[in-house]
Ligand binder design. Sequence first.
Ligand SMILES: [Fe+2]
Ligand SMILES: [Fe+2]
Length: 318
Amino acid sequence: MDQIAWHFHFLVDFPVPIYHPVQPEPFCQITSTHRYLPIISLPKMSINANLSIELTSRAIEATPDNYYNYYHQVLLFQHEPIRRELERGLRGLEAIDLSVHPWKAKYVHVWLVEFFIPMILDHHDSEEKHMGPFYTQRGVKVPNHLSGSHSKLVNALERIGGLSETFSNSPCQENLTILKTAYFDMHELMKQHLEEEERFWPDAVKQIGEEEYSVFFKEMHTDMKNQPSGHMFLMSALDSMGYEFDGFSHVAGDTRWCGDKLLEDLIINKVPYFVRTWIFPPINRKYQHYKSIMCHVSNGLEDSIPLKYEEGSYCSVC
Ligand SMILES: [Fe+2]
Ligand SMILES: [Fe+2]
């Protein structure tokens, strides 16, 4: 199947420069006002784009030869998007001035309950269900503070869902302050949790080895595929890695943390061409809809984006 996909890909993909004006985001700094996309999903890739995707992790460092190993990348692949979404939510909440735009309350609620909270809950759930038991069975001693440590976060997220509903129905300053405080506390807790995982898991992944890890990754991947929130998570991860949907390829640049190899292994080589060209784009449009809702809370002046997802409703430059 892969081989057929490669041949087909080779026949129909050709390097056409595409022009995209892109607005910079604090956690996805664009170093150029435009980018030209090489078609890098061919077996031999050429990379010449000018995008810098800054790593948000403070716990994982590049190796002395300026590279991130697979045991870093597999963790960053999941945590980088979470941190980016986390920060996006924080920036949005901080930008709300109810005297000018009370409509933002509904936008925040939709982003939290339809996108952010289910995505994070499912990620933690999957870690509890698969990660802990898988490593324990292979003799890795998972520290107490990491096994079962999600309950605090789950409670915090569920509470935020309830508070955002109250805020959405009654957008007053008091409800905003309560929601912001709860979100800020959860933000701190989550950042600390991700950091603790990033200090522990790379060595554990290294200990079981790459081959064994791929067994585990397959389990996680199947889980992701079966959950609607998993689709959004995958799109968020690809978005944070600079994957380019128009070219069904990805924008290279400072991608050492996500790794060209990881993207190749995970997406280009594993996901058949028709899935990337026919199934990914509509899922991505839905993800971009939610992303643009929160970007709109940060920067929007009026409620011009529909809350309900409709084809073509998202703003692609957020
Ligand atoms: Fe976790
Ligand atoms: Fe995690």
